[in-house]
Design a protein around this ligand. Structure first.
Ligand SMILES: [Zn+2]
Length: 280
């Protein structure tokens, strides 16, 4: 009896000392694509990756740019090479999104698709990964701006808490992916708003630098205080005082930074950028 018991203990000891295979080691892995073989469920992204440094509030610049200072700042609006080919934006979800989260994201995609010639296309096995937007749900709402061949990853990060509540917030980030920067950074913005530099938190001034008119075009679309790409009046304020003030006294300051819905002018800018036949 005793030898059998000892043999049993030895067996337990061997089993316990065997290396346990890590099942949930996503934290350690880079982002990768998994395509289920069931022929039913779509491919998804898993794992984690740092996409880059965040520059203009919610705009992700690549790590490469921070390291070698490449020409990321050229604005997508004027540079055809920074547009998505034929207006098609392939994307893949991170596996952590719920069906409800995806429904909200897809509702925002539908609004853009209905009003422009842009098409969002879910990644399928065998598609090129070169131009693919990884939709992730890390902290914060942010995105890479425009398409870029040399970019390691294109990213649309939408945390369900704080990013998926209003369609304007989701669309704001999607319009970055399509190539738009912020409305208050237009080259002609000084005719429409005053930047209150003294109220801006130290280190955040770069969020208010305007684009050069050599690199940035407005596509002759009027300045849009209601744009989903505009910042709120007290963005990055160190003292609660406005950092952006409309010069037109009739403009309601609370309209700045609205994220309730995308405006026609925002969508029309996409139509002109991508030379869509559709116009609003
Ligand atoms: Zn933004």
């Amino acid at each position: 009896m005793l030898p059998r018991f000892i043999a049993f203990l030895t067996l337990v000891g061997i089993v316990l000392s065997m290396p346990i295979e890590e099942q949930d080691d996503d934290e350690e892995e880079g982002l990768r694509i998994v395509c289920p073989e069931d022929g039913v469920n779509p491919c998804f992204a898993t794992g984690h990756e740092t996409f880059g440094i965040i520059n203009e509030g919610d705009i992700i610049e690549t790590i490469k740019k921070a390291m070698d200072g490449d020409d990321e700042e050229r604005n997508a609006l004027i540079d055809k090479e920074r547009l998505w080919d034929k207006g098609v934006v392939p994307y893949i979800y991170h596996q952590q999104f719920s069906a409800r989260d995806k429904a909200r994201i897809e509702a925002a995609m539908t609004i853009i698709e209905k009003n422009t010639c842009i098409k969002f296309k879910q990644y399928e096995k065998g598609n090129s990964e070169q131009a693919l937007v990884f939709i992730t749900r890390l902290r914060g709402c942010r995105a890479t701006v425009g398409y870029k061949l040399s970019r390691k990853r294109h990213n649309l990060n939408l945390h369900p808490l704080g990013c998926l509540g209003r369609s304007g917030t989701i669309i704001h980030e999607m319009l970055h992916v399509l190539g738009l920067k912020h409305e208050h950074a237009r080259p002609d913005r000084d005719n429409y708003v005053a930047i209150m530099w003294k109220n801006i938190k130290d280190g955040h001034q770069k969020n208010f630098v305007k684009g050069s008119d050599k690199e940035f075009t407005t596509f002759d679309i009027p300045y849009n205080y209601k744009s989903v790409m505009h910042y709120p009046a007290v963005s990055f304020s160190k003292n609660g005082e406005p950092t952006i003030l409309p010069l037109d006294p009739t403009v309601d300051i609370s309209i700045l930074g609205q994220r309730k819905e995308v405006t026609k002018l925002d969508l029309e800018k996409i139509n002109r950028m991508y030379k869509c036949k559709k116009h609003l």
